[in-house]
Write a protein that binds this ligand. Structure first.
Ligand code: TRP
Length: 343
């Protein structure tokens, strides 16, 4: 889908993760999944299902996390993440990640965590008040554990995750200073080139927590409903009126998903001249989204019809990740002089 990958050194280790708090949607597809599908052919790539991170604001509502683990698996496999090329693993089943978090916690001050802009934002939006869960405040440390445990060097993220990369690298430098050698490697963000997909109403970004998503598993009806209700140009009252493209969500989606850029351009020209109705534009978009999502939906259903198999695939990825992450844990314990014996 993009050629950018060819400019990346194949030494790079790619690590991405998703909080297991809901199924994936079209915003994930354009921003991140399509790129992971490309990257897996050239690089060592790991995808972490971050169930523990999902729990950091769902401690009292754990089924929101546990019930979504296999949904995520089905989403990945349905879009074409290949478990023979990408290691897919489960955070809570990898003790090294939690243990590393404990060691790193001693190197990060509470005020540093409170200054993390993403955490700060989330805390304000989630209205924790004075009851911020400790696990939530400290999740950047756990994310640093995730990244370093896999020796991740390239982290494909949206810009909201940049503060996590920064905190990870601070921890890496502290660890290397204590060890007086390079035990851990710093990582770099691989920023998504596509801007975040807006919600169909154009008011927000598409986001699980805002309930404004077109999910990968959306039914034909749900897709049609979302497209019909999509924000276009409020001043485009008559078909003959010239319409505006900027801020017109139907065109934003056509740009993001329609395979024929020339056709989209000619629709835009026509719309701007006047004479092209919203319903025609939406019909083209609807066809395109139905075509994109129909095979994903049926694959997804097929995968979900055999949960034992999905679980076995996740387990196999996690077993191989266990070995990898355990080694980094031993190194870190060693530098603190605390690997006296194994049990
Ligand atoms: N914080 C990421 C999110 O909200 C999820 C995540 C957890 C992650 N661990 C990670 C991302 C490690 C990249 C690397 O989506």
């Amino acid at each position: 889908m993009n050629n950018e990958a060819t400019s990346i050194s194949s030494e790079e280790k790619i690590l991405t993760g998703d909080r297991a708090t809901g199924s994936l949607h079209l915003g994930h597809y354009v921003g991140s999944l399509s790129r992971r599908i490309d990257l897996q052919h050239q690089y060592h790539q790991t995808i972490l299902i971050a169930d523990l991170q999902g729990l950091t604001d769902n401690g009292f509502n754990p089924t929101k996390v546990s019930s979504n683990i296999l949904n995520l698996m089905a989403d990945y496999l349905a879009v074409g993440i290949d478990p023979t090329k990408t290691t897919i693993c489960l955070q809570s089943a990898l003790p090294a990640l939690s243990e590393l978090t404990m060691y790193y916690s001693n190197l990060v001050s509470v005020s540093r965590l409170q200054r993390n802009p993403t955490v700060k934002n989330e805390i304000a939006n989630k209205e924790f008040g004075t009851s911020i869960p400790t696990g939530f405040l400290t999740y950047p440390i756990s994310q640093a554990a995730d990244i370093t445990a896999f020796k991740g060097t390239l982290i494909p993220v949206g810009d909201d995750q940049l503060p996590m990369i920064e905190q990870t690298n601070e921890i890496v430098r502290k660890i290397n200073t204590i060890a007086d050698k390079k035990v851990l490697v710093e990582c770099k963000p691989l920023l998504s080139k596509t801007p975040r997909l807006p919600s169909p109403d154009g008011k927000n970004k598409m986001s699980k927590s805002m309930n404004n998503c077109i999910f990968l598993g959306a039914s034909e009806k749900e897709i049609t409903k979302a497209v019909k209700g999509m924000y276009t140009d409020a001043n485009h009252l008559r078909v003959d009126d010239p319409g505006q493209i900027e801020g017109n969500i139907a065109f934003t989606y056509l740009d993001a998903f329609h395979p024929d850029a020339d056709l989209v351009q000619s629709l835009k020209d026509h719309y701007q001249r006047g004479g092209l109705g919203d319903s025609k534009v939406k019909a083209v978009l609807n066809d395109c989204l139905q075509e994109l999502l129909a095979p994903i939906r049926s694959q997804r259903e097929l995968f979900l019809s055999d949960k034992a198999e999905l679980l076995a695939t996740l387990k196999a990825g996690t077993v191989s990740a266990h070995e990898e992450t355990q080694q980094v844990l031993l190194d870190v314990k060693g530098l603190f002089g605390l690997n006296l014996f194994e049990i």
